[in-house]
Design a protein around this ligand. Structure first.
Ligand SMILES: CC(C)(COP(=O)(O)OP(=O)(O)OC[C@H]1O[C@@H](n2cnc3c(N)ncnc32)[C@H](O)[C@@H]1OP(=O)(O)O)[C@@H](O)C(=O)NCCC(=O)NCCS
Length: 143
């Protein structure tokens, strides 16, 4: 039987668990994977870190940010043993609703094109309105 799933906003006491989950999920490490960066994120009114809970523990995450112009998705991750149960899809429905509530009319997700599992997921999200955009190239500056 599929585990009961609940989705809620992350709390400060979730921070260490969320960082551990990103490691366990194989999410590509990022410079902002630190407790202070996550604490700052949780204090933002214009961004949200959602966690999915099943079997009494955090099994998935997503970050949604609203910059006043666009919504952006980061850190969508589900523990390997909980995949293919619709958890990432459920997280995306929730974060879409949060970002729309903040005013977003357009939401972007950056997806590593050599991560077939991630591309597979995002291609499947076409039914939720997400379309692959082949016209863009990304530029990044890290401080
Ligand atoms: C990508 C990821 C978040 C998907 O999580 P998930 O909870 O397994 O996704 P869902 O169960 O909601 O999948 C919904 C649909 O997406 C597609 N999909 C999901 N995983 C897939 C995969 N590995 N290969 C191909 N398609 C996939 C399927 O169509 C799936 O529906 P189905 O199971 O009925 O066939 C998860 O694999 C993960 O955490 N990967 C590591 C971190 C990562 O790469 N994150 C993405 C950053 S952009």
């Amino acid at each position: 039987m599929a585990p009961a799933l609940s989705i809620r906003k992350a709390r400060p006491e979730d921070i260490e668990r969320v960082l551990e989950l990103w490691r366990d999920a194989g999410a590509t490490p990022k410079p902002t994977d630190t407790p202070p960066d996550l604490a700052r994120l949780l204090a933002q009114a214009q961004a949200v870190l959602l966690v999915a809970e099943a079997d009494g523990r955090v099994v998935g995450t997503v970050v949604g940010g609203w910059d006043g112009w666009r919504g952006n998705i980061y850190r969508l991750a589900v523990l390997p043993e909980y995949r293919r149960r619709g958890i990432a899809g459920a997280l995306m429905r929730e974060v879409d609703a949060v970002l729309a509530g903040l005013g977003a009319r357009r939401i972007t997700a950056l997806v590593e094109h050599d991560h077939a599992w991630a591309v597979g997921f995002w291609n499947a999200l076409e039914r939720a309105g997400y379309r692959h955009d082949p016209t863009m190239t990304r530029y990044v500056k890290t401080f």
